[in-house]
Design a protein. Structure first.
Length: 210
């Protein structure tokens, strides 16, 4: 079958169709890794580019992400059996005092669409939790989101906490969210600020390939 059709249906946010096509591809004996890359990840990266260029918006991205998740759920056990390893591991969360999760969820979808394993810590995450999770799960990157100016200071606490724990040299710290700026990123000593989810995924990939 044509895996491009999975990509097309995913971009249209047709979750049930994507699930059906993924199952069909599995039944035809196409490897899970190939279905993931040429079908699901291909579609999600096109959506990511369109999102970056303001050609689609958050609702469309969330629909595509849902379709991706439904397809990926069928592939997960097969990928494990094929011994396909993620390209790296990231822990992600919205900082303490902040309960916004749409931006965080978009970043997670974009990271997963690049084959990165994401440890999602959720919202209202204290600085110590980010660092403990990074150590425990051997993460190469900590990604933080804040949508309130009053919670941005937690990002600086995470940088300091990582230094105290002695992992600052091996863990990259990425930040984002509406009030966050490049200037703030430099001020607190984080490694990268990105303006949107698609860019965050690109930067994470470049760090992991480092």
């Amino acid at each position: 079958m044509d895996l491009h059709e999975i990509s097309v249906q995913l971009q249209a946010g047709k979750a049930k169709m994507v699930k059906t096509l993924v199952q069909q591809a599995i039944d035809e004996g196409i490897s899970a890794d190939t279905i993931l890359k040429e079908g699901l990840m291909d579609g999600m990266s096109i959506i990511g580019e369109k999102f970056k260029n303001n050609e689609v918006f958050v609702p469309e991205v969330l629909l595509s992400a849902r379709a991706m998740n439904m397809g990926a759920a069928l592939l997960k056990p097969l990928l494990a059996a094929e011994g396909v390893k993620a390209t790296g591991r990231v822990c992600l969360g919205t900082v303490q005092g902040d309960l916004h999760d749409i931006g965080k969820n978009l970043v997670r979808m974009m990271l997963e669409s690049k084959g990165i394993e994401v440890i999602d810590l959720g919202t209202d995450v204290p600085a110590k939790t980010f660092v403990a999770a990074a150590i425990e799960n051997d993460c190469s990157i900590i990604c933080m989101s804040a949508l309130l100016t009053t919670t941005m200071h937690v990002m600086e606490e995470v940088v300091k906490e990582a230094e105290t724990a002695g992992i600052r040299g091996k863990v990259k710290i990425m930040i984002g969210g509406a009030p966050v700026t490049q200037g703030f990123c430099e001020e607190i000593g984080a490694d990268a600020y990105t303006a949107d989810a698609a860019e965050a995924a690109d930067v994470a990939v470049s760090f992991l390939q480092g």
